[in-house]
Design a protein around this ligand. Structure first.
Ligand code: CTP
Ligand code: CA
Length: 234
């Protein structure tokens, strides 16, 4: 920070965020996707910018404008998101995986528009597993791994147990879990409640964050992540 500049926790930090859904093509005019609005990821990007960080936002197709100052990388498929994440992760201090990545894609998308079969009442599609983007980033060698890898988990039951499991299995440093079975919260909503679980050499810690606007929740999460990056600075 130069003379006269305001020192903020995120100064000189690069935060890379994945957001929104991915789209997996069936044929040139159809796709497999989900209802992710991207609101949480975009709110995280805005919060990180406010904290003074440089932000790269890797986004699936959403109806939102990128926050001013963020570098937007638009992708459609999980494989494209994976490629962008692998490219940017080595220069990230914090990687936040907020995207609702399709777990599977079509094994063989049709080159031409699929035709309805008059003689068949059912259609069977074969799906193959997509790469786990955040697990791949968390597994990068120390020299290219972001210092902090933060995941999200949307669950409809046993929220804390599934979140703890994902934290360990994916090798994350922090996970934000929310119960999407609660009416009015999560997917598409402007309000969200969450559990935050994080790992330190002393063990796993957890904290409940009450229902609040996604903008506010995003600021809380970004500050917690920056605090884990440099304890005591925020
Ligand atoms: N994630 C990812 N790549 C995938 C799937 C998920 O990076 N192919 C990330 C999400 O962005 C999120 C975290 O992993 O940060 C958890 O996503 P979630 O869908 O809850 O986890 P899954 O491992 O896919 O488990 P499941 O869908 O079975 O609950
Ligand atoms: Ca999933």
């Amino acid at each position: 920070v130069g003379s006269g500049g305001v020192s903020k926790a995120g100064n000189n930090r690069h935060v890379v965020i994945t957001a929104g859904p991915t789209r997996e093509p069936l044929d040139p005019v159809r796709y497999l996707s989900n209802h992710s609005s991207g609101k949480m990821g975009y709110a995280l990007a805005a919060a990180a910018l406010t904290a003074g960080a440089r932000v790269s936002l890797i986004s699936g197709p959403v109806e939102l404008a990128a926050p001013k100052g963020a570098t937007l990388i638009q992708v459609e498929t999980a494989e494209q998101m994976h490629a962008a994440a692998r490219e940017l992760a080595p220069e990230a201090d914090i990687f936040i995986g907020c995207a609702a990545v399709a777990d599977y894609r079509l094994e063989a998308p049709a080159e031409h528009k699929m035709k309805k079969r008059e003689d068949e009442e059912t259609l069977t599609l074969t799906l193959v597993k997509n790469p786990d983007i955040i697990a791949a980033v968390a597994a990068l060698p120390t020299s290219s791994r972001p210092t902090l890898v933060v995941g999200f988990a949307a669950e409809t039951r046993d929220v804390e147990r599934y979140a703890r499991d994902k934290l360990m299995r994916k090798g994350l440093d922090m996970i934000v879990a929310n119960d999407v079975s609660q009416a009015g919260l999560g997917f598409g909503s402007d309000v969200n409640a969450a559990w935050v679980l994080w790992r330190t050499p002393q063990g796993t810690h957890s904290d409940a964050l009450p229902a609040q606007p996604k903008r506010q929740l995003a600021a809380t999460i970004v500050h917690r992540a920056l605090d884990l990056l440099v304890p005591g600075e925020t």
